[in-house]
Write a protein that binds this ligand. Structure first.
Ligand code: 5GP
Length: 116
């Protein structure tokens, strides 16, 4: 069950601010408040889903495609494709997910260490 009071839902409703990197009809990308690398961006779909699996199962294909295309738009915008980057999505308790709104971490700008 999606919890409408999670932090990212509040960011989407503009109830709390974020350091925005990119936004379109379906997605919002912003800087992580506690960066684990020189570049640490969070990408969230505007669609209400708790995890990656729920997003893939419940969202329409155009929303899913748009979200993942926008990940690449941000990668291009940050100019990190050549040097490399890491995409992470944590899911559920065993995955260590803290915020229950599906999101992707984009980590870059330096060699990314072990699993976080
Ligand atoms: P998770 O562990 O759920 O995959 O990651 C949640 C991420 O959200 C963490 O990296 C954490 O630093 C970040 N975060 C938590 N609260 C806020 C917030 O209010 N603003 C921003 N920009 N990031 C947040």
């Amino acid at each position: 069950m999606y919890d409408d009071n999670n932090i990212f839902a509040k960011i989407l409703r503009k109830e709390i601010p974020c350091d925005k990197v990119y936004e379109d009809e379906f997605s919002l990308f912003f800087k992580d408040i506690n960066p684990q690398a020189k570049i640490h961006i969070l990408g969230i779909p505007k669609f209400q889903s708790t995890t990656f699996s729920e997003f893939l199962k419940k969202a329409d294909n155009n929303i899913i495609l748009s979200f993942f295309k926008s990940v690449q738009i941000v990668i291009d915008h940050l100019n990190i494709e050549k040097d490399g980057y890491r995409l992470i999505t944590n899911s559920g308790e065993n995955g260590g997910q803290e915020v229950p709104h599906f999101h992707i971490h984009i980590l870059a700008g330096e060699k990314i260490g072990g699993l976080r």
